[in-house]
Design a protein around this ligand. Structure first.
Ligand code: NAD
Length: 467
């Protein structure tokens, strides 16, 4: 593999430092990645600051047109990017392709975005307009579960609104983002898009930097709190997309086989390393045993392996720390519930854990109360749907959730009662660039995507003119 580069001030440069990137399917060294020094971070922020006036003055239509070109570069290079993504992240190649092509869709969506001046009042006494101005330098910080698509939740909206960006992927998944930077570097004026990497050591410097006007952060709730504290001194705008413990509530009127199949995918996709994976499954008495049996059957059937192998459906955990954490959840579940599928690692190298289904478990156990972020799903029994909603809501998190029922009125009534940023009905985990996404409680602050997400990359300015 050719050495990859950071992108600073329009230049592809070597890192002052480097770091190892491990393939989680083999535990072997995949390659060395460039790693930015504090000096290079400062240079990236300075370049973004310098580029801001010119980029802000560029007509929005011209900025938008560049996003379409980014989308095309992603599509043209899907094979290379997907392979790299699988090798560093672990996900099956088909899913990696989906992530690359999905990212292109997000860029394309925002290539059609507009920020029109809105007339708030036009009367005998005054004319009042609302304008949306860019903020300045935006820092985009991304975790390791979906390096590209979560980048694509931020970059297109930030750039089309006229901000300049410093993008930082996670320490264990820097490569696809760096390669993306190389592929689009020539499209943007120098300094508009900068990409640096770190070994989890530059986040605090980014959030405290006086020249960064906004941090758009996706990651864990604990780090999100540090970002908020770090940003306080310089009063940065923040969007925080944080952890979740999504509850799905399955009523006893469902088609068990069909629903269990869809619930399984929503719980175990990306080996459970999804912010909006189903992480607590509440199932009503009448279908509890049947749903558990079907989930166990599916878990025993699936192929877990290296994402590059053609028949692999589920890859490894992305990194050793997460692998150890999920093993801890399994050990705990041995005492707090009954493991009816999985519960084992795989012989040989690689951070593999088979999809694990735990029944006869309830609140008060780690697996139900905490975010597992891995392939282990607790199935919790309930009798009264209103009680299930109350139990689901009794969590510090509120990212996604879902209600599953063949009766639309019944499902809608419960959906109205759920405390979450998104409640899906008879599906889970569906996102789209035009639909706003965000969490409540400890799952986040603010919104990404949709018009609302775009506006979060702007400052509202009112012009108020006497009649
Ligand atoms: P993490 O919080 O450890 O890291 C996320 C990013 O923050 C990385 O790029 C990391 O280098 C950086 N970082 C570390 N310390 C920092 C600091 N002090 N200041 C600023 N940045 C810092 O999260 P993770 O383990 O990589 O990701 C998993 C978590 O992300 C899970 O909790 C998951 O639910 C959450 N997540 C949320 C969403 C969402 O949209 N709500 C999406 C995906 C993942």
């Amino acid at each position: 593999m050719n050495p990859l580069h950071l992108l600073i001030d329009g230049q592809l440069v070597a890192g002052d430092l480097d770091m190892d990137v491990i393939n989680p399917a083999t535990e072997a060294l995949l390659c060395k990645s460039p790693r930015a020094s504090k000096r290079q971070l400062d240079a990236a922020i300075a370049a973004a600051k310098k580029a801001f006036p010119g980029w802000r003055a560029t007509p929005m239509a011209s900025r938008a047109a560049l996003l379409e070109q980014v989308a095309q570069r992603l599509e043209t290079n899907v094979d290379e990017l997907a392979r790299l993504l699988t090798q560093e992240q672990g996900k099956p190649l088909a899913d990696a392709r989906g992530e690359v092509l999905g990212s292109a869709l997000y860029f394309r969506h925002f290539s059609k975005a507009e920020l029109p001046v809105r007339v708030i009042e036009h009367s005998d006494s005054r004319h009042v307009e609302a304008h949306r101005l860019p903020l300045g330098v935006v820092a985009a910080i991304v975790p390791w579960n979906f390096p590209l698509i979560l980048m694509a939740f931020k970059l297109p909206a930030a750039l089309v609104a006229g901000n300049t960006v410093v993008l930082k992927p996670a320490a264990t998944t820097p490569l696809t983002t760096l390669r993306f930077g190389e592929l689009v570097a020539d499209l943007f004026p120098p300094g508009v898009l900068n990409i640096i990497t770190d070994a989890n050591d530059l986040g605090a410097a980014i959030t405290a930097h006086p020249d960064v006007r906004k941090v758009s952060f996706t990651g864990s709730t604990e780090t999100g709190k540090r970002v908020m504290a770090g940003a306080a001194d310089t009063l940065k705008r923040l969007t925080l997309e944080l952890g979740g413990n999504d509850a799905a509530i399955v009523l006893d009127d469902v088609d068990v086989k069909a629903v269990a199949g869809r619930v399984f995918k929503a719980g175990f996709a990306n080996s459970g390393q999804v912010c909006i994976a189903i992480k607590r499954l509440y199932v009503q008495d009448g279908v509890y045993d049947a749903v558990c049996d079907e989930l166990a059957r599916l878990a025993n059937e699936v192929v877990v392996g290296d994402g590059l192998a053609p028949d692999t459906q589920y890859g490894p955990l992305q990194n050793k720390a997460q692998y150890e954490k999920v093993k801890g959840f399994i050990e705990d579940a041995r005492h707090s519930g009954n493991i009816i599928a999985g519960g084992s690692t795989q012989a040989g190298p690689g951070y593999f854990i088979r999809p694990t289904v735990v029944r006869d478990i309830t609140e008060g156990s780690r697996l139900v109360d905490e975010e597992q972020f891995g392939p282990i799903l607790p199935v919790i029994r309930f009798t009264d749907p209103d009680d299930a909603v109350a139990r689901a809501n009794n969590s510090p998190y509120g990212l996604g959730s879902s209600i599953w029922s063949s009766n639309p009125q019944r499902a809608y009534r419960l959906a109205e009662m759920m405390d979450a940023g998104t409640v899906w009905v008879n599906k889970h985990r569906e996102l789209a660039p035009g639909i706003p996404f965000g969490g409540c409680k400890f799952s986040g602050v603010g919104t990404e995507l949709g018009e609302r997400g775009l506006e979060e990359f702007t400052q509202l300015k009112v012009i108020n003119i006497a009649a």
